[in-house]
Design a protein around this ligand. Structure first.
Ligand code: SAH
Length: 360
């Protein structure tokens, strides 16, 4: 018998479900409170009678996914969850405890069709889009972890506004291309904002540059953050590392991105992986590349996030030396471009950018 996923029911459907089990209506309210905290099972629902918990366990499940593996980085600040969906597809999400709050990186698809040549998430292709509930449940998994985690020695965060035990930031930067699943990503963000009170400005969607999808975000009009995975400053080079560059030019992508950020005067984030070839020669980190990148962002409200490439065993790129990274960054800085080098989190558990993958 397939179990009913209670998280997928409306309030009135949940009421009917419990009253059909011969239970009073108020049980539905109790259960739904547990669901909104991310309870992974009925045994956690401490205010329900034991026999009801057992009965529920026999015919229902809480969330539309379950944690099959949980990896903690050595510094205790990053947790990666391998999650299994009801059709047995697996996805990953990552919780990062940072100085500004608790950030969750969610996946928007099982697998990815984009084929970026430096990325692990796309190696097995796209399986399917995730539903709104499947994306939302990833946040709840992280929320549950934060509430049940007792690392007493973890430092209290300096900016007291984010409760240590709450998810405060969301990045849609896990596996998948969010703008191939735009309506579900929008539905998810609306819920995260309404139901968990996460501000629009604390939510970031990252895309490899699907122009019609960016325009859907423009039409939606919420002041979230947009990140463009650019990775090359001209179309010819970009086509060598990102197949999507055959469909949309940098010009078209950037025009759409500025349309979005101009709506609310938001700062655009540009992600730029620093790549060397197998022999260690620069691919996109030459002086010429830096100068072309400066031209793309000149005078715009934008931040260039430089990401040293994280090793993926199936790909034979290399990561440039620290000096090469700084030389590249210096050219941007000299030209007035706001830039930083992304601090990698969770590399030791394979949860840094582009390392998310199903490793079994
Ligand atoms: N499809 C979306 C979101 C997922 S990828 C996008 O393209 O933006 C999230 C970010 O990780 C992207 O900027 C992606 O280019 C980057 N990334 C992928 N593989 C990487 C790797 N091996 N090292 C560093 N960053 C990587």
């Amino acid at each position: 018998m397939t179990k009913t996923i209670l998280f997928n029911l409306t309030n009135s459907e949940l009421e009917k479900f419990v009253t059909d089990m011969g239970q009073p209506k108020f049980r539905a309210k109790q259960i739904s409170e547990w669901l909104s905290r991310g309870a992974p099972d009925f045994a956690s629902m401490k205010n329900l009678p034991a026999n009801l918990r057992n009965d529920l366990d026999a015919c229902a499940q809480t969330l539309p996914l379950r944690v099959v593996r949980r990896l903690q980085s050595a510094d205790g600040q990053t947790t990666k969850f391998l999650l299994e969906l009801n059709d047995c597809e697996q996805i990953e999400c990552v919780l990062m405890r940072t100085s500004y709050g608790n950030s969750v990186c969610v996946s928007s698809q099982a697998g990815c069709a984009m084929g970026c040549r430096f990325c692990a998430s796309t190696l097995l292709g796209l399986k399917r889009n995730l539903t709104v509930n499947e994306i939302f449940a990833q946040i709840l998994v992280a929320q549950w972890e934060l509430r049940t985690d007792n690392f007493a020695d973890r430092p209290i965060r300096p900016n007291g506004d984010a409760n240590n035990n709450d998810v405060s930031h969301i990045v849609v930067m896990g596996t998948g291309e969010p703008l191939q699943n735009t309506q579900n990503v929008i539905g998810f963000i609306e819920r995260a904002n309404h139901e968990m009170g996460i501000g629009w400005r604390r939510i970031t969607v990252s895309t490899c540059g699907i122009v019609p999808g960016i325009d859907e975000l423009v039409a939606w009009g919420r002041p979230i953050n947009l990140a463009i995975s650019l990775h090359a400053p001209n179309d010819e080079l970009r086509r060598k590392i990102m197949p999507i560059a055959n469909k949309y030019s940098i010009r078209e992508i950037m025009d759409a991105a500025w349309r979005f950020t101009d709506l609310h005067n938001r700062q655009l984030m540009i992600e730029y992986i620093l790549l060397g070839d197998a022999d260690g020669n620069p691919v996109n980190t030459t002086t010429e590349c830096a100068e072309q990148l400066v031209e793309i962002v000149r005078g715009k409200n934008c931040m260039v996030n430089l990401i040293p490439w994280n090793a993926v065993s199936e790909r034979d790129w290399t990561s440039p030396s620290g000096n090469a990274v700084h030389r590249f960054q210096d050219i941007l800085i000299k030209n007035g471009v706001h830039t930083r080098i992304r601090r990698e989190r969770g590399t030791d558990i394979g949860s840094a950018c582009g390392q998310l993958r199903i490793s079994g």
